[in-house]
Design a protein around this ligand. Structure first.
Ligand SMILES: [Zn+2]
Length: 408
């Protein structure tokens, strides 16, 4: 044995404390009083999970807020703000900014990630190249998969589809979309589904941010997912318009999504920043209720989305903070709902990304994160930090609890 992490409360059963034994990068045993000739880490009864899972983040356009003009008036359009900056973004520039953001994700406990990567004629494949290089360089700490997508439109932006195809042929594992920024949203959804079928990749689409529920792209996504039997291979991100619906209507939509096998990633920071821009007072919050979706059987995750750019000018890459933010916005109360929010950063997120090798179980990779809390609900309520992280059995992060230096 190489390592025994003693006295942890596993996220799926925090009422009990157990030890986790690790050998050759894998968990080999979980149980009481494990012993052996190994390095010992005593977690002191703290919470453990198999790593936080960032299911939706834009590393490639993080940390550009200082390059962008301030918005004038209530309306903001992050896409037209970023577009003029793209020609000047070199592979090196993207890599450097993405690396800084990634390091913050790591110290905040992420061990798995799906990152959205923009592809179009202005950006070319430079973002894809930078993210692939970054993923290879940080394989020791995190598994990263790229979701390539057209942020600035597909059907209205000649040359974009050819570049997406080039990325798919080069091995991009997931395809995304942003129909809201296409002159023909439905046509974009149709093309993206056609490409996903042709190249046999799962889908992860930005969907339904806006002022009204009159048009919702998710209806077309439901139709195509059912027609082509793609249940379990489709994720939709945002779904902020669900927050505009009365509960009975959003419940009916949630059940349709669950039945179709479409998972939902809620992105509270961005939706809180972008929604309600049609109003100058009594501004709506605009964040879909992830507990409500979960209660109706939808596989859900919570994620960061944007960090320090015109779609979200804030961010410290703490997923636990995002869960806390969500709890504040949705007025969530009660231990069991807060616990579910933590699972939407970990266990449920792994299911959403279809990660077969995730979890605190014998046989799984020894990805272990110790959080300075006794329960998942405490971690969310108090934004408790990770103290130690192992990736495949190797220590990748250490953070000391704060110490008060009281006078003698
Ligand atoms: Zn996004």
């Amino acid at each position: 044995m190489d390592l025994i992490v003693k006295n942890v409360r596993p996220v799926t059963a925090p009422e009990t404390t157990v030890d986790i034994a690790v050998e050759s990068g894998r968990i080999v045993a979980i149980g009481a009083n494990l012993a052996g000739d190994a390095e010992i880490y005593d977690a002191g009864g703290r919470l453990a999970c198999a790593g936080l899972v960032e299911t939706h983040i834009h590393l490639d356009k993080s940390r550009i807020i200082d390059r962008c003009p301030l918005p004038e008036g209530r309306r903001v359009n992050p896409v037209t703000t970023v577009a003029p900056l793209k020609p000047a973004m070199s592979v090196e520039d993207i890599y450097t900014r993405a690396e800084t953001t990634l390091k913050e994700c790591l110290v905040n406990g992420a061990t798995r990630m799906r990152t959205q990567v923009e592809i179009d004629p202005a950006m070319g494949l430079r973002g894809f190249e930078a993210i692939n290089a970054l993923a290879a360089a940080y394989k020791w700490a995190i598994d990263i998969e790229a979701c390539v997508f057209p942020q600035d439109g597909l059907t209205n932006y000649p040359g974009t589809e050819e570049l997406l195809v080039e990325a798919l042929k080069a091995g991009a594992p997931v395809l995304g979309a942003a129909p809201r920024y296409d002159s023909d949203p439905t046509a974009q959804v149709d093309r993206i589904f056609a490409l996903a079928r042709e190249y046999d990749v799962p889908l992860d689409l930005h969907l339904d941010v806006g002022d009204s529920t009159e048009h919702m792209d998710v209806r077309r996504v439901l139709e195509l997912t059912e027609r082509y039997k793609l249940g379990g291979r489709v994720v939709v991100g945002h779904m902020a318009k669900l927050s505009l619906m009365p509960p009975a209507e959003s419940a009916a939509m949630a059940r349709r999504l669950a039945d179709a096998g479409i998972a939902v990633t809620v992105l509270p920071a961005t939706d809180l920043y972008l929604m309600g821009r049609d109003r100058d007072h009594d501004v709506r919050r605009g964040v879909a209720d992830v507990n409500h979706l979960h209660a109706h059987g939808v596989t859900c995750s919570l994620s960061s989305n944007n960090i320090l750019n015109p779609a979200t000018p804030y961010g410290d890459c703490s997923l636990i903070r995002i869960a806390n933010l969500h709890a504040n916005i949705l007025q969530v109360v009660g231990a069991s709902k807060l616990r579910d929010l933590f699972l939407m950063l970990s266990e449920h997120s792994a299911r959403l990304l279809d990660l077969a090798d995730y979890g605190l179980e014998a046989g799984k990779p020894a990805d272990i994160v110790i959080i300075d809390a006794a329960t998942p609900e405490q971690a969310v309520a108090e934004i408790r930090p990770p103290l130690a992280v192992w990736k495949r059995g190797r220590r990748t992060v250490t953070r000391q609890p704060a110490v008060l230096h009281q006078p003698a």
